[in-house]
Design a protein around this ligand. Structure first.
Ligand SMILES: [Zn+2]
Length: 270
């Protein structure tokens, strides 16, 4: 490949789509998460996500992927493709963060209908809390094409934690809680807030036994970026913007700040 085509091809990243809630939340809540650490009860406050997609819009997006012959793969399959250096074009991965109950009531029926695999990154302390997934729901989904991944114990911003023991609690202990509840291995991790990280955090993620980790910011070059896999947030977007977001060039377009231009061009062309 030469010239412009190789230049553009270099910018391709498998679109790993990132969702939170399906269905408009009534309000944004602050949920206290109590946890025992170093013999003391501590409280961390989790703010519920305001970003959402209606069930109707979510179905439209899944239908779009099927209609246009995208190959929606699980993170396990993606990892295999990367390790075998196989063609990644037209692959898409679906992920959800935090573990809202609507992932089961509203997204799961659609994913079953279109035979679409996904990963849900569950905050271990939120299992069974109001509006969040229960163990039964998690187990049922994990038997049906939905992989459950780790998303820390308390949804803390990892880059702000200086205490290594606390980092292990968030990364390793939360993995063990999920594995015990699911009776299955938890292989993947997603950084809360798609936040910053450093080598120490990545080392603990690896030591904890995760096979890969998803982020929202960097990670363009495979296979170096297995622990910083770039994700693309999806909210309520037009069909054309969704088309760009699943093209594989979204991170590059976004970084080049040519979003408006590209969207208007696609609008004109389609
Ligand atoms: Zn999160």
């Amino acid at each position: 490949m030469t010239g412009i085509s190789s230049l553009i091809s270099d910018k391709y990243v498998v679109p790993i789509l990132n969702y939170h809630r399906i269905g408009k939340p009534e309000r944004v809540d602050t949920i206290p998460i109590e946890f025992e650490f170093k013999g003391k009860t501590q409280v961390f406050y989790y703010l519920t996500a305001s970003s959402y997609l209606t069930q109707w819009d979510f179905e439209k997006q899944m239908k779009f992927l099927r209609k246009h012959s995208y190959d929606v793969v699980s993170l396990h399959e993606l990892l295999k493709l990367i390790n075998n250096n196989e063609n990644l074009k037209k692959k898409v991965v679906i992920t959800f963060d935090d573990g809202y109950e609507d992932n089961y009531t509203k997204a799961f029926p659609i994913m079953k209908k279109y035979d679409i695999p996904a990963s849900i990154f569950m905050v271990a302390s939120l299992v069974g809390r109001k509006d969040f997934l229960s163990w039964d729901q998690l187990r049922e989904m994990s038997e049906n094409n939905i992989d459950i991944g780790g998303h820390t114990m308390t949804h803390a911003k990892l880059s702000e934690i200086k205490d290594e023991q606390r980092l292990r609690y968030e990364l390793y202990d939360s993995k063990k809680v999920l594995e015990k509840g699911l009776k299955k291995n938890v292989d993947f991790f997603a950084y809360p807030f798609n936040s910053e990280f450093d080598d120490k955090i990545i080392k603990i993620i690896k030591d904890s036994g995760y096979k890969a980790a998803c982020d929202g910011n960097i990670g363009n070059k495979y296979p170096d970026s297995i622990y910083t896999l770039r994700r693309t947030g999806v909210g309520i977007v037009s069909k054309n913007l969704f088309r760009i977001k699943v093209s594989g060039y979204w991170p590059w377009i976004e970084r080049m700040k040519i979003v408006r231009f590209t969207t208007s061009l696609v609008n004109k062309l389609l």
